[in-house]
Design a protein around this ligand. Sequence first.
Ligand SMILES: Nc1ncnc2c1ncn2[C@@H]1O[C@H](COP(=O)(O)OP(=O)(O)O)[C@@H](O)[C@H]1O
Ligand SMILES: [Mg+2]
Length: 424
Amino acid sequence: MSQLKPGSRLRGGTYFINKVLGQGSFGITYMAEHTILHKTVAIKEFFMKELNSRAEDGSITGMTDGSLSFKYAEKFRKEAANLARMKHPNIVEVTDAFEDNGTCYYVMDFVEGENLNDYIRSHRLSENEAVSIARDIANALQYMHEQHRMLHLDLKPGNVMRRRSDGHIFLIDFGLSKHYSNGGQPETSTTIGLGTPGYAPIEQGNQAKDGDFRPTIDIYALGATLFKLLTGNTPPNASEIAFKKDYIQNELTSKGMSTRVTVVVSNAMAADPSMRTATARDFISQLSSLIAPVKQEETQTFVNQESTRTSVKKEEPRTSVKKEETHPKNNNDDNSGCWGGCWNIILLFALPLIFAIIASNVDSCSSNNAVYDEAADSTSAECVVEDSCAAVDTCAAVICTDTIDFLEEAHPADSAYYPADSAY
Ligand SMILES: Nc1ncnc2c1ncn2[C@@H]1O[C@H](COP(=O)(O)OP(=O)(O)O)[C@@H](O)[C@H]1O
Ligand SMILES: [Mg+2]
């Protein structure tokens, strides 16, 4: 027997075991009841599958002083303490820790829902939903990295819970987590966990020495997690992908994913850590361009002027990177400068012509463009260069294409990721 039986009691009867939720190499997770608070909780028990066994009375054997189990139990206690210090809406909350049965336990809020592996088995996620989940996970990572200098080291869909009632995301299972130093070294001497194949980058398998013990390890796993959410497939081992040129791009494109999300995943899963998205913050800013909400005033303007525009803008959210681009020949500011300088000439010579145009009521296209430009930020300034009477759909398509071109230029999804002479 390795698992506690349903009906077992822990901590002097405070907790009542309902059932087993999962068993990994280092622990068993149970669903349990807090008998005083009448609250469902999740309890993680330290139990090394390969080294420990359990007696009939529930107590654990193989935990003698100095044994490997004993050493890892100490790490497990630290995991509980680390988790208890973290207060973030996307990280599961630890509420208690105790010793019983000759081993250690910690208690978490129970998340009524399922882990992402189970969730995607029964749901086909839209790109938008997958991206939104990845952003929530990235928020949790950013908090861990920036506030606690801690790496998760085992991020994967099975270690992320989704609450059924509202889709809220919680990061769980900090069993391999570890602090890192400024110099990119683990702060304790015990070896770092190898993570899970498909989600762990090459340097994690190599024990991430020489300054490679950085947030980029979790970023790789984050990209791989998003890849799984988008495709339903676990990525091949990092060392395999490194030799499969354009693998990520091809897989995502064949599943109909946008070029933009493909670029974000490829950046996060670059084999060479120095080419990879460096921080969770950077990952979030790349993602936010994909899920940027439409500004209220834009929506209202478009609804007033032409209802189809609203939906176009929502489907093709813009990236902020485009703001840096200018089109001097065609941009509106240049044109307005000309109009100011030529005002007298217009008054004298062109006024009759303008009246004629207004009277004939043929200028609806430029009127549309003016509205579009007024409502949009600089990202969509290209729309004013459209000289046909094209609908706004065409403008949106132009923006989208330009943005993709820009991203592709900025982050070429080609052999640069996997240089022939690189160690990968
Ligand atoms: N707080 C929780 N609330 C609800 N279910 C949980 C919770 N923590 C873990 N689980 C479930 O138990 C499974 C195993 O837990 P996890 O902490 O990942 O341990 P391990 O991977 O070591 O078995 C998870 O995939 C999830 O389905
Ligand atoms: Mg797990």
